[in-house]
Design a protein around this ligand. Sequence first.
Ligand SMILES: [Zn+2]
Length: 243
Amino acid sequence: MPRRHLPDPLASELARARGAIFARERAGEHPHVVYALLARQGRGRRPIYVGETRNARRRFDTHLKTMFGGRDDDSARGQRLRALGVAGHRLEMEILEGVPHRLAALGCEAGWVRALAASGFDLANARAGHGLEPGGAVGAERVPLSRLRALPLSEAVVLELDLELRCRAGCGAQVLELPVRELAARISGSPPLGQIGGAVACAGCGGASLLEPVPDPGLLAALRVEAPPPERLAAFLDGIGLR
Ligand SMILES: [Zn+2]
């Protein structure tokens, strides 16, 4: 069935806003963005996933390849994308916010996940660390530090994160503090922090170690799960015709 493209002033306004954010991203003003993936069928759109990235265009291409191009992704997100693709949906990306660094992106992402879930949308985000935990847990107020294990070493250097090496088995061996710049000088490439910890044997029991980031109070504050401003959430829902 041929698709009709009706004039939609709001859509072009959104496209302009999105273009402006892409431009700022290229200029390095907001190196990280938080985005929503939208499944579109006809003129109906709904958010299915919230993510964060440093390269929105490349990330969108990756999601498209998962949806239509046979790229492996066994996560809940990958399974949802493939099912929607088979059912004839299109995929769109909407930039929600630009933020200065990855920690801020994680806190912002969790806030949007929680806000959209509260608005009734079924998101394909994994629960742990994305703001969907039941109330009361520490993780409900702050993105758990365990999510920083996926942080590349180069980003830990930029953020000047303090790092601690501790025994995964908890044998009681002394915790080692590792200056991040010294670590980066000794390791080639930029592996994620979790991978570095696993490659170092515990000095006490010889088991695997954990490399844990120890953010300073300012960075910890960035990991707080912040609900998006109500007017921004309303503008997003208006923009996709859901309010
Ligand atoms: Zn040990």
